[in-house]
Every structure is written in C-alpha cells, then in structure tokens.
Design a protein around this ligand. Structure first.
Ligand code: ADP
Ligand code: MG
Length: 305
C-alpha cells in the first residue's frame, strides 16, 4: 500500500476551522491568534524502549499524543495541533486502525488537530509527534522561577505508571498506557505558579531540573507523597522508589507561593493537588519523614544509561 493511501485512510480528517491548510500539501498553514506566542515540542516513542512491544495499538496512539500535550501543559500553553512522523516496519491494517483511533481519541479529548507529518518504512516502529500550542505573550511557566518558601505541588498520583509497568495486567497499567495530560490545570496555573515541569522521568529527577534552573533547593515530605493504595501496601522504601524514581506519570510538578496557592484553591480543578514540600535556600534535595530528616538517594530514568 502506498504511503499516500495510508495517510488518506488513517490520518486525514477535517481539521478545526483555525487550521488554514491541513494534511495534503507540502506544509500545513496555521494562523496564530493575535499576540500569542507559539509553544512547540516533540517527543519520540520507540517500540520496546518507551512502551512494551505488546502494548495495544490504541494505547500507543493515545500515548504518543498525550506525552506531547503534557509538555505543552507544563508551560501553561493551550494545545492546538500536532504533526506525526511515523516509521513502520510493515503495513498492518489492524494496527494502523487501532493506532489512529487512539491518536484521534486523545486529539479529540483535548481539542487538537492532526495537521501533517511524514510516513516512512523502517525496521523499528518509531512514532515522533510534534505538538503546537499557544500562550499569551510572556505568560509561559518555565522551570526557572521557583522562589524560596514556595510550596512544591504535584497533581494526581505519582508512581502509578512505574508500578503498572512492573505489574502488567494490574489496573494501574491503565495509567502507563493512557496517561492524562493535565492541559486544563497547566493553563489555570498561568500567573500563579512560579515554575513547572511535567513528570516523565520520575519526580526526584524532574524536580531536580526545576531546582537547577531556579538555583534553589527543596525539602520533600515523604509521608505527603500522593500514592495509590496499591503502593501503600508495599514497604516504604519500595513505595518511595516508585513515587520518586518511577517515570511516565505525566503529572505536573509546580512551585507556587502560599498566597497564590490559596487563590488556586478557590478555583474548580479537574485533578487533586498535593503539597509535598517547599523550596529552600540550601541547594539540593532533602527528604523528611514524619517531621524528621530522612536521607534517601534516588535515581530517575536515564535514556543512555
Ligand atoms: P512531502 O513528500 O512533500 O514531504 P508527503 O508525501 O510526505 O509530502 O506527505 C503528504 C501530506 O501528508 C503532507 O501534508 C504531510 O504533512 C501529510 N502526512 C504524511 N504522513 C503523515 C502522517 N503520518 N500523519 C499525518 N499527516 C501526514
Ligand atoms: Mg515526506
């Protein structure tokens, strides 16, 4: 089957009205809303590396979009559209049908259009998505900006996806296969959060990026980490390992002044938030358990380890 028929059959759909030209020409054309900045990111999923080889095609489609929308959410941006670069070992129609359905299910849930891409053959199934979003001039929430005394917060639960990966078939596998990008929360945090990141490589490592970019330190309360009931049944070290070093949760971790947190609490949120610690002057990441210092050494996910 020719590349063009694959695109036509599985990926061409009518885009939103603000896409001037979608799939079918050499490039797509989008008209930016007045006085907004373009926020853009890309993420690649390699079969066997970023998801187990037997992951359902629908889940792979969903996740390849979700991880990118999560990066936009982590800046406070409103997602707009994606491009899809797909490298397939073979043309498997069942797989393509499931994959494109999962991809469009995620797009539809977050009001995003697929506006272009590339389709090639290669030995390894590889999916690379580029996502575009908008934000008001100067409003993006970066990793730099955490202030001493700010609360450190996370959305939802952490450690779920890593637990799911180790216990395939458990209900938490759903959190690994179908991460929810926190698009709405990300946008609500504009003007309130001082820094933000999405958790893809484990809380300790990802929070570490905020600390480095902001040139501050942090103290985390281990007893406050929002973990699933299944993790609470494990011994503490194991549960903390999932929560601090486990990747793939795609929750948001942000810092916020106590005053802005009060303001945020007055708003309607679509995901629970937990204060897990605070930003300190002393650099590095320290842990406390039940109000006492509790030294821990945590490593997050390393792509080239
Ligand atoms: P070109 O050869 O000019 O790069 P292509 O033949 O690769 O164009 O693609 C034709 C059209 O289909 C383009 O608009 C491109 O963006 C789109 N496209 C190709 N592959 C995909 C895909 N996997 N998903 C969405 N759009 C795609
Ligand atoms: Mg091409």
């Amino acid at each position: 089957m020719a590349e063009f028929s694959i695109i036509e059959r599985y990926f061409k759909r009518t885009s939103k009205s603000d896409v001037s030209l979608g799939i079918g020409d050499d490039s797509a054309i989008v008209t930016p809303p007045p006085s907004q900045q373009l926020v853009i990111c890309a993420d690649t999923l390699v079969a066997g590396r970023h998801f187990p080889l037997d992951t359902a095609a629908h889940a792979i489609g969903w996740k390849s979009v979700a991880v990118n929308l999560s990066d936009l959410a982590a800046m406070g941006a409103k997602p707009h559209s994606i491009l899809l670069a797909l490298s397939l070992p073979t043309v498997d129609h069942d797989w393509l049908a499931g994959f494109s359905q999962g991809l469009f299910d995620c797009c539809d849930q977050f009001g995003v259009s697929l506006i272009g891409g590339d389709t090639t053959q290669s030995a390894q199934l590889t999916i690379s998505v580029t996502a575009l979003g908008w934000i008001e001039q100067g409003q993006a929430i970066t990793r730099a900006g955490a202030q001493i005394g700010d609360y450190i917060c996370v959305s939802g639960q952490i450690g779920d996806a890593a637990f799911g990966l180790q216990h395939l078939g458990h209900t938490l596998q759903q959190r690994l296969d179908y991460p929810t990008p926190r698009c709405h929360l990300g946008q609500q945090l504009k003007g309130l959060a001082s820094s933000m990141i999405d958790i893809s490589d484990g809380l300790a490592q990802d929070l570490g990026h905020i600390l480095k970019a902001s040139d501050v330190g942090a103290k985390l309360q281990l007893d406050q980490l929002p973990i699933d009931a299944s993790l609470k049944q494990l011994d503490l070290q194991q549960a903390w390992h999932y929560a601090l070093a486990g990747g793939d949760d795609y929750e948001l971790c942000f810092t916020i002044s106590p005053q802005n947190f009060k303001e945020l609490s007055r708003q309607q949120l679509d995901v629970p938030l937990t204060i897990i610690g605070e930003i300190t002057q002393q650099t590095g990441l320290l842990f406390e358990y039940m109000g006492k210092a509790h030294p821990l050494h945590v490593h997050g996910y390393q792509h080239f380890a």
